[in-house]
Design a protein around this ligand. Structure first.
Ligand SMILES: [Zn+2]
Length: 67
């Protein structure tokens, strides 16, 4: 648990590279929408920000942030 966990939110983002969902390991294809953890304008160097596919976001919503 990092000190930024309480301010994290999920930001709708277009995938710049293909990646995998951090929950279901499903493919997130480059150019498609996914939901990335964000902490606003705070410097995120050294932080691990997860990304989730649309399917997991519609199923679990903000509770993904607590996983
Ligand atoms: Zn997923």
């Amino acid at each position: 648990m990092s000190k930024y966990d309480s301010i994290k939110f999920l930001k709708e983002t277009k995938a710049r590279v293909s990646r995998r969902c951090d929950r279901c390991s499903g493919d997130i294809v480059r150019g498609t929408t996914y939901y990335k953890e964000s902490v606003g304008k705070i410097n995120t160097i050294g932080m691990t920000l997860k990304g989730f596919c649309v399917k997991c976001h519609s199923e679990f919503g903000a509770s993904l942030l607590k996983s």
